[in-house]
Ligand binder design. Structure first.
Ligand code: GLC
Length: 447
């Protein structure tokens, strides 16, 4: 019995536990709609709001009663956007190698970044900044040719018609006053219509769906509204089963998520928004490792930055984005057109495959001592090189016996001079789509 499996088949195992099929759309049409997202690999998330003034947790700080609502809202007077330079933000995002961005158009606190007509609670109407800060950002993002994602919280703890206010205080129950709830639904629809019309986002990133059911949110109606403005719009999973892709948050998956499409949302320190006391920044190389980890499992990284109230971005975050940029520019062939690699355990390092499946990329976050060993590759190896420089590497296969089908050990020499200061990438060209041996060894049958 053949004990090896075709690795490329793994990439096609496409269960969609969170994502529902969009009405009238075939799987092929969905694949087409998701194509840019699938290839984008890196996105930059932006949490910007009045919470950056005192550096408290976004919206949750009043919901969890860490501070009174009035004190939370008083931050509006300190939100100046005085040094806000959206062109610089967009350039930095572009420079990082990200292909898309997602910005908090409205977080759970209800403060809209744009000049919404559906309520008075917005940055232009009620903060010291006195201006719409979303429109100029969208313009710059488009100028850079990046895809636009808008984060939108379905729930709104500030809205007088939203039932929940804080952890301990509710306004009313939907069952007792459906007409009041309907007013809130109309409000969400009105804002989503404004956003769709004004900005034509490529992606909606919903949040807060857990407080109500799909039916209560009118989830199918929301999807209908968004697609009436952009039939190709992509929606994340946080809309009670009506989204397109999974959104694991913070914890890096250790096995490949079941969703065919997924994106890890992830902070650089421990907070989404700016917090003065949170200096627990990851190093650029740590973030790079997580990025490659996501690539190896066929997912995207949505990396968050939290600008200060004046619009400046903390230096530690800028440094991470710049290092991602250096690395993605050098290694683009091993970033954007890749898919999940071979299963873990074949090499010490992460792997991906090119689209055809005949180039195995190996990512080394360390300085090897001696040669790099790859086991279980059934294919013949045609050549090995260093991504970024094209430098050819010497390699040899050991221990291949003729009487069993277990591949030998591929040993690749990686000279010190070929190493990248962050993560070194090797490309292994195979004689066809990658096949890996996944058995537990064989006893002797001949000699
Ligand atoms: C969570 C939080 C929120 C944050 C979001 C980002 O669901 O509610 O504060 O914006 O995750 O993924």
């Amino acid at each position: 019995m053949r004990k090896w499996i075709i690795a490329s088949c793994l990439a096609l195992a496409a269960a969609l536990p969170l994502a529902a099929q969009r009405t009238g759309e075939t799987p092929e049409q969905k694949a087409q709609r998701m194509e840019w997202f699938d290839k984008a690999k890196l996105g930059i998330f932006i949490h910007w709001g009045i919470y950056a003034v005192d550096g408290v947790s976004e919206s949750w700080s009043f919901y969890n009663n860490y501070l009174p609502y009035s004190e939370y809202m008083a931050q509006k007077d300190g939100f100046t956007a005085a040094k806000y330079n959206p062109a610089e933000w967009a350039r930095l995002i572009k420079e990082s190698g990200a292909q898309y961005t997602v910005i908090t158009s409205k977080h759970h606190d209800g403060v809209a970044l744009w000049d919404t007509k559906a309520s008075d609670l917005s940055v232009p109407k009620q903060t010291a900044a006195k201006k719409d800060v979303l429109t100029p950002f969208v313009k710059e993002i488009r100028k850079q040719g990046l895809k636009l994602g808008l984060y939108y919280s379905l729930l709104d703890w500030s809205h007088p018609d939203y039932p929940n206010f804080t952890k301990t205080e509710t306004r009313y129950s939907i069952a007792d006053d459906p007409a009041r709830w309907q007013r809130f639904v109309d409000f969400d629809f009105a804002q989503l219509k404004e956003l769709s019309k004004a900005y034509k986002p490529d992606l909606f990133w919903f949040d807060g769906d857990w407080e109500q059911s799909a039916e209560t949110w009118h989830a199918p109606g929301i999807i209908g509204l968004l697609t009436s403005y952009n039939k190709n719009v992509i929606v994340n999973s946080r809309i009670q089963g009506y989204g397109d892709y999974g959104t694991p948050e913070q914890g890096v998956p250790t096995i490949r998520p079941e969703d065919r499409y997924w994106e890890l949302c992830y902070t650089i320190n421990d907070s989404w928004g700016f917090q003065h006391t949170d200096v627990n920044f990851k190093t650029p190389q740590m973030v790079l490792k997580t990025f490659v980890d996501c690539l190896s499992m066929g997912g995207n990284l949505l990396l968050d930055i939290g600008p200060r109230e004046d619009g400046t971005i903390p230096e530690e975050e800028v440094a991470v984005l710049k290092e991602l940029g250096r690395w993605t520019r050098k290694h683009k062939e091993a970033v954007y057109n890749t898919r999940a690699g071979i299963p873990a355990g074949h090499v010490h390092g992460w792997t991906t495959l090119n689209e055809a499946g005949d180039i195995l990329y190996i990512y080394l976050p360390y300085k090897p001592i001696g040669s790099v060993e790859v086991k279980g590759i059934v294919n013949r190896v045609n050549r090995v090189w260093v991504v970024g420089s094209g430098q050819m590497l010497n390699y040899k296969v050991y221990n291949k016996v003729y009487w069993n089908e277990i591949p030998g050990l591929l040993e690749i020499d990686v000279p010190e001079q070929a190493l990248d200061p962050g993560i070194t990438v090797l490309a292994v060209l195979l004689d066809g789509p990658a096949k890996v041996y996944r058995g537990a060894g064989q006893v002797i049958t001949a000699n």
